[in-house]
Design a protein around this ligand. Sequence first.
Ligand code: NAP
Length: 325
Amino acid sequence: MVKAIRVYELGGPEVLKWEDVEIGDPKEGEIRVKNKAIGVNFIDIYFRTGVYKVPEIPYTPGMEAVGVVTAIGAGVCDLKIGDVVYHSGGAMGTYTEEQIVLADKAMSLPPIDPLVVASVMIKGLTARFLVRTWFKVEQGHKVVVHAAAGGVGSVLCQWANMLGATVIGTVSTKEKALQAKEDGCHHVIIYKEDDFVTRVAEITSGEGVDVVFDSVGKDTFQGSLACLKPCGYMVSFGQSSGTPDPVPLSALATKSLFLTRPSVRTSGFSNDEMREAMKEVLANVASGALRVRVNHTYPLSQAAQAHVDMAGRKTSGSIVLTPES
Ligand SMILES: NC(=O)c1ccc[n+]([C@@H]2O[C@H](COP(=O)([O-])OP(=O)(O)OC[C@H]3O[C@@H](n4cnc5c(N)ncnc54)[C@H](OP(=O)(O)O)[C@@H]3O)[C@@H](O)[C@H]2O)c1
């Protein structure tokens, strides 16, 4: 038996239960991993609340972790007991002390702090696909990043800056503004104090920006469209404040705008593409080109508190859960 977070019904953070679970032995192509650090993502909240559909109930939340291999199933040749691996992109279920993982979803850990790796897989991949695939950021682009001090936002601002863009970040507090500045934002707007549409117009001398990366959704969507220049790109990749209202095509026609709603999970990336992208993220982390901010750690049993703080906009950078044993 190991301890894990289990969810029996969708709802608030109180549905995250700390329980004993049986995990069994790995079958063919599987490994058993004792998790050392588990990444928390806003997506975990979407699944818990029903914004995204969970494959089954009950379930164990969590999409990424780093751990030590404790058992190997038949046919697994490239990993051995004792290896430290990071795993993401398989089935949900990383909020647990130990778990069964598909071996082809696990990779050997490079010489980077496990806490950092656990906290940056999904966020780093998302940032990478945002600036390299879903919209190709180039030298001279002007970009808006909402929630610029968040987990994805922190990495995204740094990466857009690295590619030569002028980065305008929006955040809710002065403390988050300081972090966003350090992470490569040339301009930071505290959107609780200033109207971000007006400020973006001022910063761009009325021209507008090439792209808005909008993960906030309902509260920012319309304003984001207003920030774009003609033929600009609205990349809506999340909805931390709620799902945006439906968009009539006429709302795009006024400036010939492009609108996309991409997701890492539904873009059809192959396992090899995901592995390559992950290697690129970690190479940038290892070289120091990307700073990963593990600003919050919680014991695994306190996952509910992590969710409360994340949904309450109290967190910045990444959150990691650490199993006690
Ligand atoms: N499309 C994809 O494939 C993909 C993959 C991963 C993540 N995402 C999305 O990326 C976003 C960021 O994920 P993350 O894990 O890094 O979370 P996060 O950005 O660390 O946390 C969410 C942030 O959103 C901002 N926010 C604005 N209004 C909010 C509200 N009403 N309630 C809560 N937060 C609000 C807050 O920043 P301020 O306090 O500064 O406003 C908050 O810190 C999420 O929307 C997530 O769904 C998308």
